[in-house]
Design a binder for this molecule. Sequence first.
Ligand code: KG4
Ligand code: ZN
Length: 375
Amino acid sequence: MGARILGIESSCDETAAAVVADGREILSSVVASQIDIHRKYGGVVPELASREHLRQIVPVVREAMTRANLQFADLDAIAVTQGPGLVGALLVGITYGKTLAAALGKPLVPVNHLAGHVHAVFLEAAKTGRVAKLPAVCLIVSGGHTVLYEVKQQSAVPYEEGGELTYRKISQTRDDAAGEAYDKVAKLLGLGYPGGPILDRLAAAAGDVPAPVKFGPTKTRGNALDFSFSGLKTAVLYHVRETPEYATEIAAREAALARGERNFEQLLPLCSTKTLALIREFQNAVVRDLVERTLVAASQLHAESILVSGGVAANSQLRTSFEERARAAGLEVLFPSRALSTDNAAMIAAAAYPRFCVCAFADTSLNADAGLALS
Ligand code: KG4
Ligand code: ZN
């Protein structure tokens, strides 16, 4: 057994810990989600997130060690998300990680959360012995991020043997992240939080009734590869406001949510065919913009593969569309499993491995960096 790294992730609303060997093999991965706490506010409340991380961090790390069947003394390093994320939330993981590393006399490896999302794809590929071909274009698409990176090997050592990677940002969202648009549209339609999973399923149930409104591709001035989702969200809002017949069903769904009835089977009968077609049209627009720009970037940069990660990478239509378009372009597309798409600590422990190999350690002065860039 090679290097065993304990990863700790607390950048947003998931408290997570995992042990990964050599950046490839997941020995354990524990995620405590705070969705139930933030649901009634329709989004993550930073103050509540920090408090919940404080409550969860110790049991979550213990559980990860137990499931890996390891003692703290067996670890080779502690890795912790340094940023980007919510500063109060990050500080919980960092303080705990620093303390643990100092108490055990083990190295501390700071990790960029976005590098974690890239490594989530590699972790998934490693499960089936696959290796992503580099250079790649990576789309990270979640509730907090929508960004395209070019990912290259830094040296002759391949990434799967711990070689370091270089990341170059190609484009990003000018306004809302794609997941944020899903969450806001779901909220205005009375479909609860988070919006992605329920809208994904309702869009698939829409059939082919005509859309009540059409959303064209968004254009961004300057960098044509930048994304923008707030205009789409506002277009949905105006359409719903201008169409009084939606009001009754929205009220009925909000009443159902208040009774705790929030799953697909409970909400589907409360959606008219018109609402389902509207959701399908919204999702078509999001998926089209994400896939188009990623493929253009891949072609411009002569990428050998496309990597897609982050919470929205769980979307079924996004996956199918990427698979079809990438195949047509002769490119390989790789996704993490749904569990590795959303925030987790296995991806943090995996991203720490190349840093561990070059002894890129932090000391006790390590601080959270809410806006940490990936380069
Ligand atoms: O990566 P993540 O767990 O947290 C961060 O935002 O960092 O992503 C959560 C986001 C939420 O906005 C959620 O609505 C969206 O991912 N999401 C989805 C799906 N599952 C989760 N969006 C579209 N389709 C899905 N199936
Ligand atoms: Zn994330």
